[in-house]
Design a protein around this ligand. Structure first.
Ligand code: FAD
Length: 290
């Protein structure tokens, strides 16, 4: 099923992001994670794609295939383009089609000095425009409530986003953020700019202080005082940080759902406990929609 169809029904979606394990020894653990995630009946699960591909790229497809055939949940395959040329992207699209994968989160990918950039795709919008001429995928795109780090300002960021939607992105998933007001204000700016596709907030519960500090240097999200206090106070106590981080994320999710957003996308970090805790916290809210 094409993901864009979900948003034609009057219901808020729930979806998860997972990443392929790096080590062969961890491959089995992804099945244990998927067992739990799929029991929670998400509308879709997206699988990340490492820049530069290699074995990670094959694992993305392998895991997506498993999500669809073994668990009956719709997968979304992330696909980056900055480090590939047209023939490599063609080959990848052919495999996705053959495996019955219908949904692609089309990305430019992060710049890294370790991997040479190629010239065919400068932006995610180029990838979407190229693939949509030849294939019938549903395209999702990334968006940034606090601006993409390379954008000079919000106006240019939203202009870039509008090009992505004009190229064919029919659903947007946001970068993580910790202040809902920033998300609501971003959505309003998008609407004023004529971007009218569903914009799904991406939420990452903080369960590990080192992980979150690393994410924040990469992704431009601001750290509100309330959140800073929690991480500062509990960072050395794993269990307390888990509880505090989950409560913070849950309060964000409940506030977002009340704000009539089209769905929630959870960055699970491959930790099924995170997804389970959030699902338990919104069980009665979601039940009322069905
Ligand atoms: P683009 O849409 O190309 O945007 C990059 C910059 O160019 C922005 O400043 C934008 O405003 C501007 N811009 C966009 N289009 C145009 C245009 N047509 N003309 C001029 N300027 C334009 N990375 C991975 O490597 N693997 C993953 O699996 C992955 N998954 C992600 C999932 C989500 C939900 C998000 C939010 C990010 C993910 N990323 C992933 C990170 C992403 O690759 C980086 O943030 C990257 O730097 C930008 O990718 P993009 O697709 O948003 O780029």
């Amino acid at each position: 099923m094409k993901i864009a169809e979900i948003y034609k029904q009057n219901k808020q979606s729930l979806s998860f992001e997972i990443f392929p394990p790096k080590k062969d020894s961890e491959l089995e653990s992804i099945d244990e994670t998927l067992e739990v995630l799929c029991e929670l009946k998400p509308d879709f699960i997206s699988v990340t794609f490492g820049a530069g591909g290699g074995s990670n790229r094959n694992r993305t497809i392998e895991i997506a295939k498993n999500i669809k055939t073994r668990y009956g949940v719709e997968p979304v395959v992330h696909l980056t383009s900055l480090h590939y040329d047209k023939s490599e992207i063609d080959e990848f699209a052919k495999v996705l089609e053959a495996e019955g994968i219908e949904n692609i989160l089309a990305l430019r990918g992060d710049r890294t000095p370790k991997i040479a950039e190629k010239d065919d795709f400068k932006h995610a919008s180029d990838l979407i425009a190229y693939l949509s001429e030849k294939h019938d995928f549903c395209f999702l795109g990334a968006c940034y409530p606090e601006c993409h780090p390379e954008s000079s300002d919000k106006v240019n960021d939203i202009k870039g986003l509008r090009r992505k939607v004009e190229a064919g992105a029919s659903v947007l998933i946001s970068q993580l953020f910790f202040e809902n007001e920033k998300f609501f204000s971003f959505v309003e700016s998008c609407r004023l700019a004529g971007i009218d596709v569903p914009i799904i907030p991406g939420i990452m519960p903080v369960i590990n202080a080192a992980q979150i500090r690393r994410m924040l240097t990469i992704c431009n999200a601001s750290f509100p005082d309330r959140f800073n206090r929690i991480v500062g106070k509990y960072e050395d106590d794993k269990e307390a940080l888990f509880d505090a981080g989950m409560s913070y994320a849950l309060s964000q999710v409940i506030d977002l759902l009340a704000g009539d957003i089209p769905g929630i996308h959870l960055y699970t970090m491959n930790n099924p406990k995170v997804a389970r805790r959030i699902c338990e916290g919104i069980r009665n809210i979601v039940k009322k929609q069905n």
